[in-house]
Design a protein around this ligand. Structure first.
Ligand SMILES: O=C(O)c1ccccc1NCC(=O)[C@H](O)[C@H](O)COP(=O)(O)O
Length: 208
């Protein structure tokens, strides 16, 4: 089954954003977190916004941002994705169709913290837990743990080490609503291998 939501994350260049949009990504992710090697500033985010206008939705990925920063980002991007310890109360300050909450999971116990977000019907991205890192690690998610989450809630975006090589198998097993990939599609942090991106999108759309 094809997925509805295909996000290519960690884009840093206007030229690559345009190509990824034309290849059929439904969402492009940019990292607004200074400690990431993929971080870009608001000026570059605005340039990317202009290049993909009307085609693909733009998502800014953040970690424990202030309310002011989120409000500023929402003037430029469609959606803000929260990768830190943000609460459901914090997210409820923003329009509900403009937020994604991400969780880095390592065991079934971690599913409990997602329930308040399921109750609000927010899209929830699940990523692999790696000590000391917030995302973009390339570490593959545990498929059985991810399947347990999609059996409970249907607005799950799967991430964590997704690549053209493992995507079909993981979609068939986990049946997510969306998929998100970054580092396994890269030549180096922030620069995508566009041939891999094309293969990834075709598999997600069930075109190959
Ligand atoms: O990508 C980053 O550098 C990053 C840094 C801090 C927080 C989140 C980050 N990425 C978020 C994403 O949505 C990634 O696509 C997701 O973690 C999956 O990454 P990967 O395992 O490399 O495909």
């Amino acid at each position: 089954m094809a997925v509805e939501f295909i996000k290519i994350c960690g884009i840093t260049q206007v030229e690559q954003a345009l190509i990824v949009s034309e290849l059929g990504a439904t969402h492009i992710g940019v990292i607004f977190f200074e400690k990431s090697p993929r971080h870009i500033d608001i000026k570059r985010i605005r340039e990317i916004r202009k290049s993909i206008q009307g085609k693909t939705r733009l998502v800014a990925v953040t970690v424990n941002p202030s309310e002011k920063i989120v409000e500023e980002l929402l003037k430029t991007v469609d959606i803000v994705q929260f990768h830190g310890n943000e609460t459901v109360e914090f997210l409820s300050k923003f329009p509900e169709d403009r937020v994604i909450k991400a969780f880095r999971i390592k065991s079934e116990k971690d599913i409990n913290m997602m329930f308040p977000f399921f109750e609000k019907n927010y899209p929830v991205l699940i990523d692999t837990y790696k000590e000391g890192e917030y995302g973009g690690t390339g570490k593959q998610i545990d498929p059985d743990l991810a399947r347990k989450v999609t059996q409970i809630y249907d607005r799950i975006i799967l991430s964590g080490g997704l690549s053209p090589e493992n995507l079909k198998r993981l979609i068939d097993h986990i049946k997510p609503y969306g998929v998100d990939a970054s580092s396994k599609l890269e030549i180096k942090p922030g620069i995508k291998d566009l041939e891999k991106v094309e293969r990834f999108i075709k598999i997600a759309r069930m075109e190959s």
